[in-house]
Structures are given as structure tokens and as C-alpha cells.
Ligand binder design. Structure first.
Ligand SMILES: [Mn+2]
Length: 336
């Protein structure tokens, strides 16, 4: 039964120009699914034109794509950043069945293009893709923990051999989409086990997913920022203040992660001083605290530039004085 669904799909897209699309903020499953699907179709059809369009990548995908491209420089990772509807006979939508999640870099409306849209996806379907009559061709299987495993079926059904980069792409997609198997089922683990064989080391895959090492100067700045932090307690609220030479914004965020409700980080940049502030959202909601307003007021008074959101704001100013810090703290305390 399953195989016949794939046969229908193949029959429908035969002799057509194919565009592969996925959701915006492309995750690793979407990336891997599009690349492996393109590879399969190129091998299977030989003569047809097949291309991928990506909008924006999620941060971990950028990192992963960089790592895997370095590891397999001869694999075809190419894609287009512009969606050209006029050269498409059919659009394959991968890893989503919700057209609202697709970001085209134009005002094109996929539904009104008159091009058949076929979904290949593993998300909950609901009532969504009723906008065309191709239901028979959709490949939507909610019992799969990743779209990449649906793509894997093409290779199995039509006897196209998997290469090492393809296997690695699919394994990483399965691992990330199943939350390292937390949301997976027996098939999820079975699939990885079948793919991994003797030619792939699971540790190499973990390395591909690892975030690139933070620059040593950033690490030192963060550690120094933590060493110098002063704690001010105002009722039940904890304010942290520290000084660093750079990376003020990321240190302010770190202080919040550490447990402070509000963080103030002072840093000296060339001829000016910078103040980065952060506050927990719940504190802003509860007290009405608005760091952007506070820093804007200070910037007007001292001819600097400042502002931002309620929970994240910064100030750049040419003088450094403890009175400025004191005023920021006083203004914050007024809300608490
Ligand atoms: Mn997915």
C-alpha cells in the first residue's frame, strides 16, 4: 500500500520541472530531506530539471551546513535563494504541510500560481492541504519522526544506493528531529541502526552537530564578566552589574541565565562606553519595567544614544561615570 503511494507520486512528477521547497528557518531535517530528495530524483529521472529553493536557515542549520560541506566538498549542496515560478511544473513541499510556513522572496502566492503542490511531510495534517486535487500524490505520514525517513523510502523502494554523505544527512535529520530519540519510536532507532553500518562513526555525526568553538577572547570576557559581577538585592529581585571589555550583550544574557532578574553590563569601546541591559520577561510584565525607556531617558540627558525593548536595551555614551550607573539602578528600582 505504501509503495503504491510512492508510485503515484513518481508517476505524477515524471517529465516535469521540479522545484523543492521547505519551511522558513530551515531546520536540519528540512535541509537533509531536500538535499537527499534532490539526489534521489536526479538519479532516478536523469533528464529532468530539479532544484531546491531555501529561504532563511535556522542558526544550528547554518553551523551544520558549514561543517558537512567541509567534510564532503564534492557532494552537491547547491540550492537557489530565489524562487522562480515560471520554470516550475510541480512544487514539492517538504517537511511542512502548512503554506503559511513558506517564505518566498517575492509576493508570489503559491496557491494561485496554478502549479501543482505536493507535500512530503511527517507533521500532523489536520484539514490543511485540501487546496488542490492531488491528495493521492501527497506523501504525508504522521508516524515518522522525521521527513528524512520518508525520503529514505524512495531509496529503498527504487533501489538507489545511498552514499555516505546521504546516510549522514538522513541520520542527523533523524537524530535532531526526534530530539536525540526522545520523541522517536522503535522505527526511528531501527532506521538509524540500518543506516549507520560500518562506514559511519556516530561520533563524527555528533561532531557535525557541535557548535563551533567560541573564540577564546569571548570565553575570557565571559569568565571575567562573571568574576566581577556585583549583586544588588531589591526585595525579591536580584540585579547583577559587571564590567567587561567587550561582548557586553552576550554577557548580559548570560547573567540572566545564571539567575539574575536584571543584568547591567558596562563596557568600554574605543572612545565610548556602552551599557547593555537585560531583564526577565516575567519581571517586565509584573512590574512594568521598561529598560528601553530608561536608557532612552538617560541618553537624552547625557547626549548619548540609547533605547530598545522592555527586556533588552543598550546605551552608548561618551562619558563614563558612576553617576550614570547609579541613575540606571535608581530608575530600575523605581519599578520594583
Ligand atoms: Mn521535520
Amino acid at each position: 500500500m505504501l509503495k503504491s503511494r510512492f508510485d503515484n507520486f513518481i508517476a505524477f512528477i515524471q517529465n516535469k520541472n521540479i522545484k523543492i521547497l521547505t519551511h522558513d528557518l530551515v531546520d536540519i531535517d528540512a535541509l537533509a530531506s531536500c538535499l537527499t530528495l534532490k539526489y534521489f530524483l536526479t538519479q532516478y529521472f536523469k533528464e529532468q530539471e530539479i532544484s531546491i529553493y531555501f529561504s532563511e536557515f535556522a542558526k544550528p542549520t547554518i553551523n551544520y551546513l558549514r561543517n558537512i560541506t567541509e567534510k564532503f566538498p564534492s557532494f552537491d549542496f547547491s540550492y537557489s535563494k530565489k524562487f522562480n515560478a515560471s520554470t516550475s511544473d510541480v512544487v514539492l513541499i517538504v517537511d511542512t504541510n502548512n503554506l503559511n510556513q513558506i517564505e518566498l522572496n517575492s509576493n508570489l502566492d503559491l496557491v494561485n500560481l496554478g502549479i501543482p503542490l505536493i507535500f512530503i511531510d511527517h507533521h500532523y495534517l489536520g484539514e490543511k492541504p485540501k487546496n488542490n486535487t492531488l491528495e493521492i500524490s501527497h506523501l504525508i505520514f504522521e508516524n515518522y519522526s522525521s521527513t528524512a525517513e520518508i525520503i529514505l523510502k524512495f531509496f529503498e523502494f527504487y533501489n538507489i544506493p545511498l552514499t555516505i554523505p546521504l546516510k549522514i544527512l538522513i541520520i542527523t535529520a533523524i537524530i535532531t528531529d526526534s530530539g536525540f530519540f526522545k520523541h522517536g519510536n522503535n522505527n526511528t532507532i531501527q532506521n538509524v541502526s540500518n543506516l549507520i553500518g560500518e562506514d559511519i562513526d556516530i561520533q563524527d555525526i555528533f561532531l557535525l552537530l557541535k557548535k563551533n568553538e567560541t573564540d577564546i577572547s569571548e570565553k575570557i570576557a565571559k569568565i571575567k564578566g562573571m568574576q566581577r559581577v556585583k549583586l544588588i538585592r531589591e526585595g525579591d529581585f536580584l540585579i547583577g552589574i559587571t564590567k567587561v571589555s567587550s561582548y557586553g550583550a552576550s554577557i548580559a544574557t548570560k547573567l540572566i541565565n545564571l539567575g539574575f532578574d536584571i543584568a547591567i553590563v558596562l563596557s568600554k569601546e574605543e572612545n565610548q562606553y556602552r551599557v547593555n541591559t537585560r531583564a526577565k520577561k516575567v519581571v517586565c510584565i509584573k512590574t512594568g519595567l521598561h529598560l528601553g525607556k530608561i536608557l532612552e531617558e538617560i541618553s537624552i540627558k547625557y547626549k548619548g544614544s540609547g533605547g530598545g525593548h522592555d527586556g533588552a536595551a543598550s546605551l552608548t555614551i561618551s562619558i563614563e561615570s558612576d553617576t550614570i550607573t547609579t541613575q540606571i539602578i535608581e530608575k530600575i528600582k523605581n519599578y520594583l
